[in-house]
Design a protein around this ligand. Structure first.
Ligand SMILES: [Zn+2]
Length: 448
């Protein structure tokens, strides 16, 4: 049975942000493979005993089985569609007759301390649910839509404890760069990418390594996605004027060793973050930029002093998530460069051989017939060097940043993806969905 937790206001619709935000559309062939999931709660609905607590328990157990990040209850004229977001893609999990939905809705409202008599305004809350000795925090958002009240549940799993740089997909050389940067007593590590690209998870994986007795870790986040044992985590709260900038200003007076700022969004936060990094703190943050080379010109546009940036920045990482081929039904096949050229005109530049071994999958029950299960990151790294620092002092363009990074041996997101295609971990189609191949003029751009 779920236990209750005090109500917490969340600013945004939990289903529309965070590490499991929607992935880009997939090809029609793949969409056809996305059949509905086989769920326990659907069989309860077909049976005679349809009581709300039992149905909710079953839905949550189903969502855990598929490692869903979100559950959506979408009222339609005749029934309520239940969908799970699995590996970034929404999949049908079942349908609830409208006459049973009311009880489920009310029970969720009660558990989340929301008003059961309110049907026409948006409500946010949270529930702590215990299932087989695992506690799962859920953020609940309810909004009125034309056909009733829609519920979106974001599941905040304890998975984060197990995330490592290895299983996030970082290559050994990239891990070394990251660890070297994080061992320094001060400086700044920035992770860039669009919403839902796994930036925060990367920083949590790094914190898992750095989190040891004798170190004060303080974070300010919006929202706090996962709880880290031993860390002081602050939730941004606009109502009480606890913004990133205000919070960060107070954090530096709290004698922290490591500070995580959920996101640098504005000049004020950027300025305090850079100053914190300069005055003996290791600062980790995310930044909304398409790729690593774009981050520096964008920070300079926010009026961060170039010399402060060069004195603090250790490494900029850009990332995207691609779906992994299902390990249960995956196999290797050999394709020719001509076949790959149909998907990627410039395939010859990236695959030196004429015959290439790639992974494929046919779909099975473990992956809900999609052929994919789980996700992995693809990364671009720009570590600082004295040459890079000199360039930053000259207020460089994105293109200049890219050219120098390339000269110093950085690979693009796309190229990191290609390595994972060749290793049979993901497919060229997946990589092309999130990253563009570099062009002759440098790295090439990356898709959002
Ligand atoms: Zn499979």
């Amino acid at each position: 049975m779920p236990t209750q937790k005090k109500k917490q206001v969340v600013k945004k619709n939990p289903a529309e942000q965070g590490p499991s935000a929607p992935v880009k559309p997939v090809s029609p062939a793949l969409q056809q493979q996305q059949r509905s999931l086989s769920t326990q709660f659907s069989s309860i609905i077909r049976s005679a005993r349809r009581v709300a607590p039992e149905m909710i328990d079953a839905i949550l157990a189903d969502s855990l089985k598929y490692r869903a990040s979100d559950i959506h209850f979408e009222p339609q004229p005749k029934e309520v569609l239940v969908r799970f977001r699995v590996d970034g893609v929404l999949q049908e999990a079942g349908r609830i007759p409208r006459e049973h939905y009311e009880n489920i809705l009310n029970r969720i409202k009660v558990l989340a301390h929301l008003r059961t008599d309110e049907h026409f305004s948006a409500q946010d809350g949270s529930i702590r649910y215990e299932h087989e000795q695992i506690a799962i925090d859920m953020r609940i958002s309810i909004i009125p839509i034309l056909d009733g009240e829609k519920i979106a549940i974001r599941l905040l799993h304890g998975y984060i404890k197990q995330v490592t740089l290895d299983n996030l997909g970082f290559s050994k050389p990239d891990q070394e760069i990251m660890l070297a940067a994080s061992q320094k007593p001060f400086g700044m590590i920035l992770v860039t990418g669009p919403t839902g690209s796994g930036k925060t998870t990367t920083l949590y994986a790094l914190l898992n390594i750095l989190n040891r007795p004798g170190v004060n870790i303080t974070t300010i986040e919006d929202p706090v996605e996962y709880k880290i044992a031993g860390a002081n985590q602050i939730q941004v709260n606009i109502q009480t004027n606890l913004t990133f900038a205000k919070g960060l200003r107070s954090i530096v007076r709290q004698d922290p060793d490591i500070v995580l700022v959920g996101e640098i969004r504005d000049h004020e936060t950027a300025e305090i973050a850079v100053n914190a990094a300069l005055t003996g703190h290791l600062l980790l943050s995310t930044f909304h930029a398409n790729d690593a080379a774009t981050a520096v010109p964008r920070l300079l546009d926010m009026d961060v002093e170039p010399f402060l940036l060069t004195s603090t920045l250790e490494v900029i990482i850009a990332q995207r998530l691609v779906r992994k081929l299902c390990e249960e039904c995956r196999s290797q096949e050999t394709v020719t460069i001509e076949q790959l050229s149909k998907q990627l005109l410039t395939a010859k530049e990236f695959f030196p051989e004429n015959r290439i071994s790639v992974g494929k999958s046919k779909g099975c029950t473990a992956c809900g017939q999609t052929g994919y299960k789980g996700r992995i990151g693809i990364f671009e790294f720009i570590p600082m060097s004295s040459e890079m620092q000199e360039l930053i002092l000259k207020n460089p363009s994105t293109q200049q940043m890219r050219e120098l990074a390339r000269k110093q041996g950085s690979h693009s997101l796309f190229e990191d993806g290609i390595q994972k295609v060749q290793a049979g971990i993901t497919t060229l189609e997946e990589v092309l969905r999130v990253a563009e191949p570099p062009t002759l003029s440098g790295y090439g751009s990356t898709k959002k």
